[in-house]
Design a protein around this ligand. Structure first.
Ligand SMILES: C[S@@+](CC[C@H](N)C(=O)[O-])C[C@H]1O[C@@H](n2cnc3c(N)ncnc32)[C@H](O)[C@@H]1O
Length: 276
């Protein structure tokens, strides 16, 4: 973890206040509606032959967006466990699963990916979706995910290369300050997806599949406006940027989007890993 950036709100998720949790719930569920984001998730889920597996574990499951997509694809006898350290996110997850008619298909359980409370080789598929950027020790997390995966099973790590997130703004000084504050608020490990091949090697995992995605919006913003709306005010609340500067930068992004001059981009990667 980059200590200089350790105010990642997800890293301190068990201490998050109600307003922060509410913003995170809205954000995680919004991503389910983004066509690129859900297509990339569905692409790796589609490659996993989920109809034939007995058990799937999602670590850092949040409100269970990915677990619900898994539950729709597996057979009724498949065990789907969604784990997260945040009790309020798990409550929101159970509510959303109930609304989707999937509450009897997903077990929501409190858990920390650094110390999984499961026996060795107990899951066919173990998924971390946008988790590795936000945890204290990605190497330890990957070792734990590898430990609980059966031989021939799959470990999936999907996440943003958060250091690549780029917005435009005519005031380059302000823009640089907002980017620094944003990274500090969003990511404990903003480069971790570049380190995944080496981390996988240390965990005795082999790369069985890899996909690279650029999420870019030009003209009007949707995904990236939601990103900015969620995290820039939180960055201001952590004191990483002055509230007036945050407002000024955000207002400009909205005006740019309204007038068709918005631009933002960030890279995302999917790794499908297999033991041995
Ligand atoms: C960006 S959210 C992703 C949630 C979900 N996977 C999704 O994509 O909708 C990051 C999640 O990691 C969880 N998290 C933070 N620290 C964790 C840890 N030590 N072990 C497992 N999950 C953790 C947070 O509570 C949060 O739900």
């Amino acid at each position: 973890m980059d200590e200089a950036r350790s105010s990642d709100i997800f890293l301190q998720i068990t201490r998050a206040d109600e307003e922060t949790i509410a913003r995170i719930v809205t954000r995680l569920e919004f991503r389910d509606t983004d066509p690129d984001f859900s297509r990339w998730r569905d692409r790796y889920l589609g490659s996993l032959d989920l109809g034939a597996v007995d058990s799937v574990l999602e670590v850092g499951a949040g409100t269970g967006v990915v677990a619900r997509a898994v539950a729709r694809r597996v057979s009724t006898s498949t065990r789907v466990i969604a784990e997260d350290p945040s009790a309020p996110l798990l409550v929101a997850g159970r509510d959303r699963a109930r609304e989707a008619g999937l509450d009897d298909r997903i077990e929501f359980v409190e858990g920390d990916v650094h110390a999984l409370d499961h026996p060795d080789r107990s899951f066919d598929v173990v998924i971390a979706h946008t988790v590795f950027s936000h945890i204290a020790d990605p190497g330890q997390a990957l070792r734990e995910m590898a430990r609980v995966t059966r031989p021939g099973g799959r470990v999936v790590v999907f996440d943003g290369d958060i250091a690549s997130w780029t917005f435009t703004h005519p005031d380059t000084g302000l823009n640089a300050s907002v980017h620094e504050a944003l990274l500090g608020t969003v990511a404990a490990n903003p480069h971790v997806m570049r380190d995944l091949p080496a981390l996988a090697d240390s965990s005795d995992l082999r790369i069985a599949g890899f996909d690279a995605h650029a999420l870019a919006e030009a003209g009007s913003g949707s995904y990236w406006l939601s990103t900015a709306d969620t995290y820039v005010p939180l960055a201001a609340r952590t004191g990483r940027i002055h509230a007036d500067d945050a407002d000024r930068w955000l207002e400009w992004q909205h005006r740019a989007s309204d007038s068709g001059t918005f631009f933002a981009v960030g890279n995302y990667y999917t790794y499908i890993l297999t033991p041995g």
